[in-house]
Design a protein around this ligand. Structure first.
Ligand code: NAP
Length: 391
């Protein structure tokens, strides 16, 4: 592995849409002299490389090229050293003190036969964070993708793996976690979440989605979600997870949990995008030291957000894709983003983030006011989860 040192004028550099740029530097002086240190897997090129040059760099260990694919896309931007790092390397700090990469590969609805290669490709191009769940039914294949990456030299301790407790295991989280670890082929996960605060009958007519004869969900109403949390707290002594958190928790549920818990959740993973900014949860979590993770950041399958005029306007302004704007929106707000893709080019594209300014964030924050709030993921559990848009 080699390190490249660059002492150069900003106007010599090409960054088509890549890197993590503080707003103040985005249009910095074109003639500023910059010292850049670029380490594998990132490579900074001053001009469009030939295939031979690229192959030589890949052989040398680089996996990500900060450069232009087409000369017409070239833009000149000034960057300081740390900002030249690929966003995959950007991390947030959990309330446990551990670091968590700002972007993860999502794996929900990643079809069998495509997950393994998606995970392996993501890790190869710089992802260090994978979001999984027992109920996705594909953790075996995610594990194969992880194994392939580990075989290629990526270290387990450099990859952040999250999984989630399914609803039928609230009375015995360790049982669900053990099965997840077996499927993933791991000794531990870095983060384990209560998937939904909705305990369901562990002995019902289906192991995952038990129902009553009338079709309604067979809920386990004798256990409160904060009792599940107490079971989760016990997992911390097993070494099978480094941190615990929740998912799909409204402010109402978080308040209930915090009044009963010993350990404050490290994260709250919630649906988040410009149609559902959930500022109430964002503010509450920030005040309590709980990191928000944004699921469905692109608006999930067949998302209308890619055609949303305000998103497209920012994409045109910054010469990036709408997906880059949507993922950058999350990370610029201080949220971990969990974009899912099984398509190699999109997996790579989803790491190309920019730092949005305050006005940009305001524009994205206000889209739902004119277009209406839209929630794409809300299984019919028949439970009031306390979200204002569902009252
Ligand atoms: P998402 O990431 O918002 O969107 C995924 C969809 O967008 C897929 O159809 C994907 O297609 C497509 N896509 C990805 N990148 C794209 C790009 N750059 N340009 C155009 N299309 C693109 O939706 P999600 O899967 O609902 O959410 C992401 C992750 O969050 C999940 O995978 C899961 O890990 C997590 N999640 C958690 C919960 C929870 O309850 N905790 C719920 C939902 C999701 P291809 O794959 O075909 O490329």
């Amino acid at each position: 592995m080699q390190t490249s040192e660059f002492q150069t004028n900003a106007s010599d550099l090409c960054f088509p849409s890549f890197g993590f740029m503080p707003a103040g530097l985005r249009s910095g002086p074109a003639d500023a002299t910059l010292a850049l240190t670029v380490r594998p897997p990132h490579l900074l090129l001053r001009r469009k490389p030939s295939n031979e040059t690229l192959n030589a760099h890949v052989t040398a260990g680089y996996r990500t090229v900060l450069g232009a694919s087409e000369p017409s896309e070239l833009q000149f931007r000034s960057l300081a050293g740390p900002q030249a790092q690929h966003l995959a390397m950007h991390t947030f700090q959990l309330n446990t003190g551990s670091k968590i990469p700002a972007v993860a590969l999502g794996t929900w609805q990643s079809e069998p036969g495509r997950v393994k290669s998606a995970v392996a490709h993501a890790l190869n191009v710089g992802y260090r964070h994978v979001d999984c769940a027992f109920v996705y039914g594909n953790e075996n294949e995610v594990g194969q993708g992880l194994a392939e990456a580990f075989k290629a030299g990526i270290k387990r301790e450099d990859v952040f793996v999250t999984s989630k407790l399914w609803n039928t295991f609230h009375r015995d989280p360790e049982k669900c976690l053990d099965e997840t670890l077996r499927r993933l082929g791991l000794d531990y996960v870095d983060l384990y979440l209560i998937h939904w605060p909705v305990p369901m009958n562990p002995n019902g007519n289906d192991p995952l989605f038990p129902k009553h004869p009338d079709g309604s969900r067979d809920l386990d109403t004798d256990i409160a979600h904060w009792e599940t949390w107490s079971n989760m707290e016990n997992l911390l002594t097993t070494g099978k997870t480094s941190a615990i958190g929740v998912s799909n928790y409204s402010v109402k549920y978080l308040e209930e949990l915090l009044s009963h818990c010993d350990v404050v959740p490290a994260v709250n993973q919630i649906e988040n995008h410009p149609y559902l900014p959930q500022k109430d949860i964002h503010d509450f979590c920030k005040a309590k030291g709980i990191l928000v993770e944004a699921y469905s950041p692109l608006g999930s399958t067949d998302s209308p957000l890619f055609e949303e005029p305000a998103v497209k306007a920012l994409a045109n302004q910054y010469h990036v894709s709408p997906g880059t704007i949507l993922i950058s929106y999350q990370v610029s707000r201080g949220h971990v983003a969990l974009p899912k893709s099984v398509t190699p080019g999109r997996i790579e594209e989803n790491l190309r983030l920019i730092q949005l300014g305050e006005d940009d964030l305001k524009a994205l924050d206000s889209i739902h006011e004119s277009r209406g709030t839209k929630r794409f993921v809300y299984p019919p559990f028949g439970v009031d989860l306390g979200f204002p848009d569902k009252q």
